[in-house]
Design a protein around this ligand. Sequence first.
Ligand code: FMN
Length: 193
Amino acid sequence: MTDTSHPNETLSTIFSRSSYRGLFTGTPVPRHDLETILRAGIAAPSGCNRQTTAFVAVDDPDRVARIKQIFRRPSCDTAPAFILIFTREIPGVDGHNYNIEDFSAAVENMLLAIKSLGYESCWYQGGIRNCLEPLRAVVRMPDPYRLICLLPVGVAAEPLHSAAEKKPFGERAWFNEYTPDAVSYTHLRAHET
Ligand SMILES: Cc1cc2nc3c(=O)[nH]c(=O)nc-3n(C[C@H](O)[C@H](O)[C@H](O)COP(=O)(O)O)c2cc1C
């Protein structure tokens, strides 16, 4: 198992975050914690500061229940709250749309805030693709915002797993210049022949 401990609190949170798909306890998430998580999303950088990402935290039991009926996942069945992340396109000064990068930064900020406050979550994006409009209707978000991601938020009721295995450092990161990793290089050579 990877050692996730680090004396720095921020880095410790980064290294200990992992996708949680287990059950949640019934403990509600207080409004002030949800607001902190939303503020972490708002605090994220955005291309040309266009702030293309918007957020809705759902803690109202009726709406929480409707989300669970639409998006059926064992872990989401027990979640006391959800955060829905929306994106829209607003070109930057260079004419480019940075909204994908914007919401990615915001979601990661929120996942780290969720972890630091003692909750767990998972970035659900592919999984909600077939129910985007019904989920958007639950929170009545108007056009031009598109729903892009859903985060359950709650206290874990099951043991945490470590983050999914990451490729070795030497296959993904270098100092000063790319250097083939001895192991993967051998592997590549084997495929060349
Ligand atoms: C863009 C994106 C979409 C994702 N969509 C889903 C999803 O629909 N369902 C799911 O269970 N996990 C989803 N995940 C979580 C990834 O599966 C997870 O981050 C990855 O396996 C690495 O595990 P870790 O988060 O524990 O490090 C998504 C993550 C990203 C960044």
